[in-house]
Design a protein around this ligand. Structure first.
Ligand code: NAP
Length: 329
């Protein structure tokens, strides 16, 4: 029996490739990085499946892919999927939930600690030779505690829960959260309280944004929201850059409306070297590395491989919620 043809847009570890080759006829990009978009668009015509981690997967892409049945994304976020276009063409979209929750949550705690205790800023201070006798006053190096402070998590999903666990059980933090729906189990396990976005912003010392990017959450946090935050509070974003009005965030920081920020994501990625956020010492910046550890990226690729095989051979897959009907039908 002929195996379905699939395109793998990144080099995969040998065991994952071997598993895929057992079930599928694979063509893998064998150079560094990922297959350039132009090459992907030129090649996709003949393939039934593709594994990738960016997009967009929209109507114009799908027009070039008449045989395509599944797009397996090596990510949990799937804002690069144009859901309507994929539904119209009955192309299944899969993602990689659960396997990265702890890794992303670790990074969020790192951003909270780094922003609150000024780790990155003061690392530069030491390395630049500014730590000397008779130099700055000790108080000028003081930060804000993380332990026993109030964390406000916007988007209490899989990753939000892993952050709550660390914050409450590890750092004795008080938990507030905001989601579309209340989570009684979270309240029972972590003593957290469901509240409105406005209440969370007014009360939290560390505001953590962890929603997916969707039409509803685009620029969810805007100037009026920063106005509600405490001047001593920190804003942490590890969701997607477009969930925040970045200009409003920059202004809030420049005007001292909030004390600092920790950012793993930006409106435009890679971030422009001219972005004013990069000039602010009270902002910790990272290059979108939430899930970027050897172990977790391996697990994500393995899960994406299982999704690809499952979708093309009738097995179990992690279909994105909006396209579930395509596998249930
Ligand atoms: P998830 O389990 O689906 O959780 C998302 C949460 O956001 C849910 O609790 C949902 O509320 C809430 N939400 C959705 N729309 C909302 C809205 N309009 N207002 C308030 N809350 C809303 O997803 P996850 O696995 O935790 O991942 C979340 C996101 O993190 C991903 O989509 C991705 O964009 C981002 N991410 C970033 C990195 C990185 O490298 N920085 C890595 C992984 C993931 P309900 O439960 O009430 O529906």
């Amino acid at each position: 029996m002929t195996k379905p043809k699939v395109l793998l847009t990144r080099k995969l570890a040998e065991p994952i490739l071997a598993y895929l080759q057992e079930h599928l006829d694979c063509t893998m990009w064998d150079q560094e990085g990922s297959m350039p978009r132009a090459e992907l668009e030129a090649k996709i015509h003949d393939y039934e499946g593709v594994m990738l981690s960016g997009g967009p997967i929209n109507a114009s892409f799908l027009e070039k892919a008449p045989r395509l049945r599944v797009v397996s994304s090596v990510s949990v976020g799937y804002n690069h999927f144009d859901i309507e276009a994929m539904r119209a063409r009955r192309v299944i979209g899969t993602h990689t939930p659960y396997v990265l929750d702890d890794t992303v949550a670790d990074l969020v705690l790192a951003l909270m600690l780094s922003a609150g205790r000024r780790v990155a800023e003061l690392d530069a201070f030491v390395k630049q030779g500014n730590w000397k006798k008779g130099g700055v006053k000790e108080e000028q190096l003081f930060g804000m505690d993380v332990h026993h402070a109030t964390v406000g998590i916007i988007g209490m999903g899989r990753i939000g829960e892993a952050i709550a666990k660390r914050a409450v059980h590890g750092f004795d933090m008080k938990l507030l959260y905001h989601s579309r729906t209340a989570k009684p189990d979270i309240e029972a396990r972590f003593g957290g309280r469901f509240c409105s976005l406005e209440e969370l912003l007014k009360e939290a010392d560390y505001v953590v944004l962890m929603t997916p990017l969707s039409p509803e959450t685009a620029k969810l946090i805007r100037a009026e929201h920063f106005d509600l935050m405490k001047p001593t509070a920190f804003f942490i974003n590890a969701s997607r850059g477009q969930t925040v009005d970045e200009q409003a965030l920059t202004q809030a920081l420049q005007q001292g409306k909030i004390r600092g920020a920790g950012l793993d994501v930006f409106e435009l990625e890679p971030v422009s070297p001219d972005n004013p956020l990069l000039k602010l010492p009270n902002v910790v910046t990272l290059p979108h590395i939430g899930s970027a550890t050897d172990q977790t990226r391996y697990e994500m690729a393995k899960l994406a491989a299982h999704n690809l095989v499952g979708a093309l051979t009738g097995g179990k897959v992690h279909v994105v919620p909006e396209l579930k009907e395509l596998v249930e039908a």
